[in-house]
Design a protein around this ligand. Structure first.
Ligand code: COA
Ligand code: AMP
Length: 633
């Protein structure tokens, strides 16, 4: 393997040859001869003449190669006080049976299956069973409410929902039945069956004809083999937040995902078959797809599914306990998790209670890694701490310090350099490359490498308009930042209305839609304000209809509840102020940027285009009442 520069340059100069070589590391039913087909760019196709199966590469191949008795997945669940594990052979048995169960529900290749499950191994079984028969899985995060589920049902029309009787959060059990049933009642009918994993903490009252019990279904099912699928067939749809309320259905293909994710395991994470890899995230996010399920299993690792929190389950030593008990070699999580630990155990004293001798590297992503968190993690764990930058759309890092290719110096505030396959540029508003060190829009020159999204589900126009129209020939990441003279990239902020709350990507536009639907609200704005723990928090400002005399406190509570009910608790929407006016330009645009600076107590200049400067005084007072805008500059 050449060093980083060689690999990166070759991946850009000869993408097809470079990735066809990487493709030799995975199992194909029909080996591809073609790398990338750019004839319909940006709808590029990777390995178009290849045939493959993602489940075969995750499970069967290891059993065939003698790894059947190795532990494939550990379910570490402090929230239910349980610890279980499955070998590759045991998983194969479960998955092939569950694939048979899906088949007997009439599911065939190309059909969509929705998975709405907590962090239990059955969720991983369901995902891989879909992949086994070519069904397209769409996993929805458990923290989303019924309406969000309904929007996704309407968009991809699943025939089957695989779910569980409940999710468990500290101090509360979330029954899924009312959520799923409400979602199905709102959405257009497409779901014929719900397969329900009953957990002892809550029971789902099965509706005859529609609902099936997971255990009974799996016992009755005939095991099914992997089917050979086109490399370019869809593997999954994962919805993510965009500028508007309608989430984007990011589509990943099979061949590109298998090749790229397997390659990242050795080249970025430097893990080998048999290593224990823990991504402390959730299967409902892209990190969960790529690094709880697919990547570690493609590489023959042991993956850890953790059903707990960094703090409170039971204490701030939870992560260290999981690392010791499961002999974790590599941990991947979001900086917010470490900020939560640091807040409770600032000196990292709890680490000393655990033997972390086999722990090698910490990877952080999902949000900007603040230097404090980086330094605290380095000092506390005494291992390399690697920030890497990526997105649902890409499926793996755009920038990283590739530990398996050539470890580089860690530079605080930067996720390091472009990963092989990514040709990064920073452009100004006119599409010109900015000088080194200057901020602009970060873009990737086409073609994108394999494993990145191939389209948006049933929204080809939106795929183009959201990502490829503003800068022709490039993929627009939606992030702004700069590249320094050593090629280190600094990702500073989003260029759209997406905010990042505790590593979760959320749309302020979606929250504004919910607020605007309240009968008393005339106008509103939601913005992301800096928060020490969660990175950002949403803050709403609303103007009431004229003549509205209801209790402000009651309306505020209703608005908070509405966002929780419609989007979900994960939105963490708890701050809203009622104001008389919103600051606007003379042409009517709300000055969100200025309000954000005020809320964050940053230096700000009076915008030349503001219609009524006095409005900002009232806004500042309202933000101060909410606990923001601490020192006015
Ligand atoms: N099902 C139902 N509700 C959920 C949920 C789920 N799967 N996940 C979160 N929620 C709820 C929480 O209970 C909380 O509800 P509350 O308002 O009643 O307290 C709300 O959604 C907000 O959750 P979260 O933002 O996760 O805050 P938290 O206070 O529970 O935990 C952290 C904060 C930092 C500990 C937590 O976000 C974390 O561990 N993050 C790790 C990083 C991560 O998973 N990133 C994903 C991408 S890498
Ligand atoms: P998601 O699609 O949910 O993974 O969110 C992707 C977004 O999270 C990116 O576009 C960035 O805005 C942000 N992000 C992810 N990783 C990083 C990182 N390492 N540094 C800065 N921002 C990040």
């Amino acid at each position: 393997m050449g060093n980083y520069q060689d690999q990166h340059q070759r991946s850009l100069a000869e993408p097809s040859a470079y990735w066809l070589e990487r493709a030799q590391d995975v199992h194909w039913f029909k080996t591809p001869t073609k790398g990338v087909d750019t004839s319909k760019s940006p709808f590029n196709q990777w390995f178009a003449d290849g045939e493959i199966n993602a489940c075969y590469n995750a499970i069967d191949v290891h059993v065939a190669n003698g790894r059947g008795e190795q532990t494939a997945v550990i379910h570490d669940s402090p929230i239910t006080d349980s610890h279980t594990s499955y070998t590759y052979a045991e998983l194969l048995d479960q998955i092939s049976h569950f694939a048979g169960a899906l088949k007997s529900e009439g599911i065939t290749a190309g059909d969509r299956v929705m998975i709405y499950m907590p962090m239990i191994p059955e969720a991983l079984v369901a995902v891989l069973a879909c992949a086994r028969i070519g069904a397209v899985h769409t996993v929805v995060f458990g923290g989303f409410a019924a309406k969000e589920l309904a929007v996704r049902i309407n968009d991809c029309n699943p025939k089957v929902i695989v779910t569980a009787s409940c999710g468990i959060e500290p101090g509360r059990i979330i029954s899924y039945q009312p959520l799923v049933e409400e979602a199905m009642s709102i959405a257009a009918p497409s779901v014929n069956a719900c397969i329900v994993y009953q957990r002892p903490q809550a029971t789902w009252a099965l509706e005859q004809g529609r609902d099936k019990d997971w255990q009974e279904t799996i016992v009755a099912a005939t095991p099914t083999d992997c089917v050979s699928l086109k490399s370019t067939d869809p593997l999954y749809i994962l919805y993510t937040s965009g500028t508007t309320g309608a989430p984007k259905g990011v589509v990943k293909d099979i061949g590109g995902s298998v090749v790229s994710l397997k390659w990242t395991m050795s080249s970025i994470y430097n893990v080998q078959p048999g290593d224990v890899y823990w991504a402390a995230s959730d299967i409902g996010w892209v990190v969960g797809h790529s690094y709880i399920i697919y990547g570690p299993l493609f590489q023959g690792c042991t993956t850890v599914m953790y059903e707990g929190k960094p703090v409170g389950t039971p204490d701030a030593g939870a992560f260290w306990r999981v690392i010791e008990q499961n002999k974790v070699n590599v941990l991947f999580t979001a900086p917010t998790a470490f900020r939560a630990i640091k807040r409770v155990d600032p000196t990292g004293a709890l680490v000393k209670d655990y033997d972390l001798s086999q722990f090698r590297t910490l990877y952080l992503a999902g949000e900007r890694c603040d230097p404090d968190t980086l330094h605290w993690s380095q000092k506390t764990l005494q291992v390399p701490v690697i920030d890497h930058w990526w997105q649902t759309e890409t499926g793996y890092s755009i920038c990283a310090n590739c530990q398996g290719i050539e470890p580089m110096p860690v530079v605080s505030g930067s996720p390091s350099v472009a990963v092989p396959g990514y040709d990064l540029k920073v452009l100004d508003n006119e599409g010109q490359v900015v000088p080194t060190g200057e901020i602009g829009s970060i873009v990737v020159k086409l073609p994108l490498p394999p494993g990145t999204f191939t389209t948006l589900w049933q929204a080809e126009d939106r795929y183009i308009s959201s990502y490829f129209e503003r800068f022709p020939g490039f993929y627009e990441t939606g992030d702004a930042g700069y590249i320094d003279e050593n090629g280190y990239v600094f990702v500073m902020a989003r260029t759209d209305d997406v905010i990042n709350v505790a590593g979760h990507r959320l749309s302020t536009g979606a929250m504004e839609e919910v607020l605007a639907n309240h009968p008393d609200v005339a106008e509103c704005a939601v913005m992301g304000v800096n928060d020490e723990l969660k990175g950002q928090l949403p803050v709403g400002l609303v103007i009431l209809n004229s003549g509205e005399t209801g209790s402000h406190e009651q309306i505020r509570n209703e608005l908070i509840k509405k966002v929780r009910d419609d989007i979900g608790p994960v939105a963490a929407f708890k701050s809203v102020a009622i104001v008389d006016k919103l600051p606007k330009t003379r042409s009517g645009k709300i000055l969100r940027g200025t309000m954000r600076s005020i809320a964050d107590s940053k230096q700000w200049n009076m915008p030349a285009t503001i219609e009524d400067p006095a409005v900002l005084e009232d806004i500042t007072k309202s933000l101060q009442e909410l606990g923001f805008a601490k020192e006015q500059s």
